[in-house]
Design a protein around this ligand. Sequence first.
Ligand code: ZN
Length: 135
Amino acid sequence: MLTPVTDSDGAPFWRYAAQGELRVQSCADCHEPRFPPRPCCPHCQSFGTEWRQLSGHGRIWSYVVPHPPLLPDYAAQAPYNVVLVELAEAPRIRLVGNLVSSAGAPLDSLDPGRVRIGARVHVVFSDGLPQWVLS
Ligand SMILES: [Zn+2]
């Protein structure tokens, strides 16, 4: 399994995820959410940041079902899905993840034929990794 690569801007995302919280970086001045995390607000150029807690609800904006060639660990789990989730409170932010049958379930735990654009999903966490399940 690949592990998250963190930097100082993105580290809080993973710290909150480890606590089971989905938070996105937002501007402390104009309050616009932004992702991926970065030092400066692209809307007002403020360097002030806050981490807004979200409900964890969203909709599938798009998805793919990767096919070989894949890294060996992933090839063993194919076919699986990779979804792009539009967040309910921050629709301009779309997080990449996997739709699974339950938290911590294997990547291939959900039949790719059940994945639909527009389907409502919510976040679950497995060892600090955000995953998605159908709502
Ligand atoms: Zn701003």
